[in-house]
Design a protein around this ligand. Structure first.
Ligand code: NAI
Length: 330
């Protein structure tokens, strides 16, 4: 099958070419993002392979259908960027990779927590400058602290397991029960209790209309003074302006984010030679207790290998008329 990849990077080409040896599809790797202007480039392909910040709104989906595309294969877990109702109208099927390496994201979550707490990002720079003073670098023991996890699916559960290993008390909120998490000792509670009782809050739920700006002025007001907030899920879960206010008043003492609401204009590109136009993002960067990574939580060799394998298997299943176990529908 002909597959056109949008937003592809060197590492996508490497891992997909390797995994394709078992499938024999014809892969075309485009560096451009998928949007209203570029969807026409999919002409001749039966499937397109898209990533987190590609646009899959109504005009793009109609454009893809007109170009003869039948399948949208997302090489990611989240599908908040796809208008599923329009995809269904256009008879475009949509598949994703539900859990390629939840360990990658859970471990990155801990990397953010630990670095923010012990100020590793600041210590690294100080030591390179020959400054070995410890003033301003004091952290706290994670052992005994309470961590609230919102969303206890694949990633949330593994994060909980790691935190338990650190000796943390883990509070959880999810719209679904998770017996495995309960067995691990996660204490499920209301959002209000989670906000007021947690020293650290970490987001692991999907971005949906219900979770959009879940973290806003009202929810921040309910949190402990000096809370640490971590988001490795999707940028839209956080109202960035509200979080900036929380940082300025020191209600939020630490912020670690791997995702940002307007990341589509920034992340995955080398903009080091350009002037960044996003003033909100630049304000975030100005706080020394804010640690931002550019949507790299998933980025391990194991995850890339798994993403390529599952994506190509999804496409082969479609080609062979097999059930699509990783299909997403409206
Ligand atoms: P999952 O589907 O296994 O778990 C999500 C959990 O959130 C489910 O238990 C679900 O019931 C819960 N949930 C849904 N709506 C909720 C709500 N309103 N409030 C509380 N909980 C709610 O997904 P998984 O694999 O754990 O991934 C979680 C998120 O992580 C994804 O949606 C994606 O946005 C993000 N992600 C980020 C990556 C990165 O590189 N930064 C990589 C992979 C995923």
């Amino acid at each position: 099958m002909n597959i056109t990849f949008f937003n592809s990077k060197v590492y996508d080409k490497q891992f997909f070419t390797e995994a394709n040896q078992a499938h024999g599809h014809r892969l075309e790797f485009l560096e451009v993002s998928l949007n209203e202007n570029t969807c026409v480039l999919a002409r001749g392909a039966t499937a397109v392979c898209a990533f987190v910040n590609d646009t899959l709104n109504a005009p793009v989906l109609r454009g893809l259908a007109e170009a003869g595309v039948q399948l949208v294969a997302l090489r990611c877990a989240g599908y908040n960027n796809v208008d599923l109702a329009v995809a269904a109208q256009q008879e475009l099927r949509v598949v994703r990779v539900p859990a390629y390496s939840p360990y990658a994201v859970a471990e990155h979550t801990l990397a953010l927590i630990l670095a923010l707490n012990r100020k590793t990002h600041r210590a690294y720079n100080r030591v390179r400058e020959g400054n070995f003073a410890l003033t301003g670098l004091m952290g706290f023991d994670l052992n005994g602290k309470t961590v609230g996890l919102i969303g206890l699916g694949h990633i949330g559960l593994i994060t909980a397991r790691i935190l338990k290993g650190f000796g943390c008390r883990v509070l959880g909120f999810d719209v679904q029960a998770n017996p495995e998490a309960e067995a691990l000792g996660v204490e499920f509670t209301s959002l209000e209790n989670l906000y007021s009782g947690s020293d650290i809050i970490s987001l692991h739920c999907p971005l949906t209309p219900q979770t959009h700006h879940l973290i806003n002025d009202a929810s921040i007001a309910q949190m402990k003074d000096g809370v640490m907030l971590i988001n490795t899920s999707r940028g839209g879960l956080i109202d960035t302006q509200a979080v900036i206010t929380g940082l300025k008043t020191e209600k939020i003492k630490y912020l670690g984010i791997d995702v940002y609401e307007e990341e589509g204009n920034l992340f995955f590109e080398d903009l080091s030679g350009k002037v960044i136009q996003d003033d909100v993002f630049m304000r975030l960067l100005s706080f020394n207790n804010v640690l931002i990574t550019g949507h790299q939580a998933f980025f391990t060799a194991e995850a890339l290998h798994s993403i390529a394998q599952v994506t190509l298997q999804n496409i082969t299943d479609f080609e062979q008329g097999q059930p699509l176990i990783n299909e997403v529908k409206s």
